[in-house]
Design a binder for this molecule. Structure first.
Ligand SMILES: [Zn+2]
Length: 58
C-alpha cells in the first residue's frame, strides 16, 4: 500500500483518489477513519474522507 504525500491517504492505486497527489512507499503508522464527520482525530488532521491514513509520510 502507498501513502499520499499531501493528505496521507493510503491507497493501492497509482495516484491519490482524494487529492491526486504523489504517493510514497516510505510511510509509517496507520490510522483508520470510519466516520470523519464525528472523529476528533480526523478534525485535528484535516481529514475529510473515510479510509486509512498514514501517520508519517516521507
Ligand atoms: Zn492525497
Amino acid at each position: 500500500m502507498l501513502a499520499c504525500k499531501k493528505c496521507m491517504f493510503l491507497t493501492d492505486q497509482d495516484k491519490c483518489p482524494l487529492c491526486g497527489g504523489d504517493l510514497s512507499k516510505e510511510w509509517q503508522g496507520m490510522l483508520v477513519i470510519l466516520d470523519w464527520e464525528t472523529s476528533k482525530v480526523a478534525e485535528h488532521m484535516g481529514i475529510r474522507a473515510n479510509g486509512k491514513y498514514a501517520l508519517k509520510v516521507r
